[in-house]
Design a protein around this ligand. Structure first.
Ligand code: NAI
Ligand code: MG
Length: 488
């Protein structure tokens, strides 16, 4: 398949494409080939500040955006969704070139962005406050108001989908936004920028500034003029962002971070289904999913058979060019991630886990890793504790429900988890006991804009998606009105 032509490589502020203040550019690389694909204008603090100013102006009282009804916002969001749908194939191909994801995943990433926008458009006029039966002669009500200017920092693993989620949360409730896409994957964001203009959003409501984290990203987190930052990415950077919020204007901070999600498989499960679903739950997108099931706990009665079948499935997995039909897994995003995954695999070997298959780099072009399965994994090993973000399955053995729930919770993370069993009591015990934001029972990885998603513990702060997700992007205002004394 011929690579798509790149049309937009500039910074998007006030509905205009502009060059960076510094004149600097950076290269994007296709992870499938390791070769450069485009040169993009590199935003830095000066560009971020211009974008923040544009967003502040767009948010001013009396501006077209502030005067617009929720119905008007919803109409614009639906228009943007329709334009993205019109360009779905082009966006899909850009996403594959930037990220290395398969055709199926890239289609899902773009369609996910559309679904988010349509879900938010339907919700825009349904964000109700409350009337509160306050003691005394008062009438009291609360209302949800937009926080103001939001900085949205996006990772590279699902560029279109995650930008769609953050844009939706901002627009649904009436915020203005400055988006900083990941440096590895800015291209779909910039094409969507052109569609923002075509849809007719007022200038400054949505601004998109590509660039690096410590420069452009930090420009948002350290700003005194940004009211909220929403971030998806590493726990390490989440910590830096929360600190930057505290050290500047105590902005609201929403964080969706790493995970080490447990996947508990009981002996009474449907074995072949559990093997296949657990395989997808970790190997999907070459392991580059924050809620991947990276600790597969399997009951001792079926452990050996489960390991044997999981190995056979991993050996069958088709990894290669993501544009080819039938490819199940593409490359890791870049050299840094490739090195991280290979280093963690080495640690698994040296700490005594049994390497069932894989374990090496695949080929010499691009950033591919063999589908890797470890058995005899112990809780203390690094591969059982650290987020690998690669195609590496860890299979651990357990005996009892009490033991497995305790071990499943022995982690600093709490993003997701799953359980496979036909016994409703076991399913509910595990679902209720695991300290994580999203639990799947007899499935793995079901996502939708309709569900709140986010982490316990060091997997994050706040939720995205569903009604709860929209409320994260609001301030709540309470109004107390004195009424005539006891007249009713
Ligand atoms: P990262 O957390 O460094 O990057 C994510 C985003 O944050 C990018 O847009 C980046 O430019 C920005 N960023 C980086 N440093 C920043 C700073 N100081 N201030 C503001 N923004 C900053 O993640 P990276 O380095 O790409 O991957 C490292 C690990 O993070 C992965 O191996 C994986 O374990 C985890 N990760 C988790 C993701 C998730 O979905 N929760 C997504 C991407 C990575
Ligand atoms: Mg980083």
């Amino acid at each position: 398949m011929a690579p798509p032509a790149v049309k937009y490589t500039q910074i998007f502020i006030n509905n205009e494409f502009v060059d960076s203040v510094s004149g600097k550019k950076f290269a994007t690389v296709n992870p499938t080939t390791g070769k450069k694909t485009a040169e993009v204008q590199e935003g830095d603090k000066a560009d971020i500040n211009k974008a923040i100013k544009a967003a502040q102006d767009a948010f001013k009282l009396g501006s077209p955006w502030r005067r617009m009804d929720a119905t008007g916002r919803a109409a614009l969001m639906n228009k943007l969704a329709n334009l993205i749908e019109r360009d779905v194939e082009y966006l899909r191909d850009l996403e594959i070139m930037d990220n290395g994801m398969t055709v199926q995943l890239a289609t899902g990433s773009v369609m996910g962005c559309i679904s988010f926008l349509r879900y938010g458009a339907g919700y825009a006029d349904k964000l109700h406050g409350k009337t509160i039966p306050l003691d005394g002669d008062y009438f009291c009500y609360s209302r949800y108001e937009p926080v103001g200017v939001v900085g949205a920092i996006i990772p590279w693993n699902f560029p279109c989908l995650l930008m769609g989620a953050k844009l939706t949360c901002c627009l649904t409730v009436g915020n203005c936004v400055v988006v900083k896409p990941a440096e590895q994957t800015p291209l779909t964001a910039l094409h969507i920028a052109s569609l923002v203009k075509e849809a007719g959003f007022p200038p400054g409501v949505i601004n998109i500034v590509p660039g690096y984290g410590p420069t452009a990203g930090a420009g948002l987190t350290e700003s005194m003029d940004v009211d909220m930052v929403t971030f998806t990415g590493s726990t390490e950077v989440g910590r830096i962002i929360q600190r930057a919020g505290a050290d500047s204007n105590l902005k609201k901070v929403h964080l969706e971070l790493g995970g080490k999600s447990p996947n508990v498989v009981f002996a009474d499960c449907d074995m072949d289904y559990a093997v296949e679903t657990s395989h997808i739950g970790i190997f999907n997108h070459s392991g580059q999913i924050c809620c991947a099931g990276t600790r597969t706990f399997v009951h001792e009665d079926i452990y050996d058979e489960f390991v044997k079948k999981s190995k056979a499935r991993a050996l069958k997995r088709k990894v290669g060019d993501p544009t080819c039909e039938g490819t199940e897994g593409g490359p890791q995003i870049d050299q840094e991630q490739l090195d991280k995954v290979l280093e963690l695999i080495e640690s698994g070997k040296s700490e005594g886990a049994t390497l069932q298959c894989g374990g090496k780099r695949l080929g010499t072009e691009g950033f591919f890793v063999e589908s890797t399965v470890f058995s005899d994994v112990q809780d203390h090993m690094r591969i059982a504790k650290e987020e690998i973000f690669g195609p590496v399955q860890q299979i651990l053995k357990f005996k009892t429900v009490e033991e497995v729930t305790e071990r499943a919770n022995k982690t600093t993370y709490g993003l997701a988890g799953a359980v496979f069993t036909k016994d409703i009591n076991k399913a509910l015990t595990v679902a209720n006991t695991i300290r994580a934001g999203l639990i799947w029972v007899n499935n793995y990885g079901m996502f939708s804009p309709m569900i709140p998603f986010g982490g316990y513990k060091m997997s994050g702060v706040g939720r995205e998606g569903g009604e709860d997700g929209f409320k994260e992007y609001c301030e709540i205002k309470t109004v107390v009105i004195k009424v005539p004394e006891k007249n009713t």
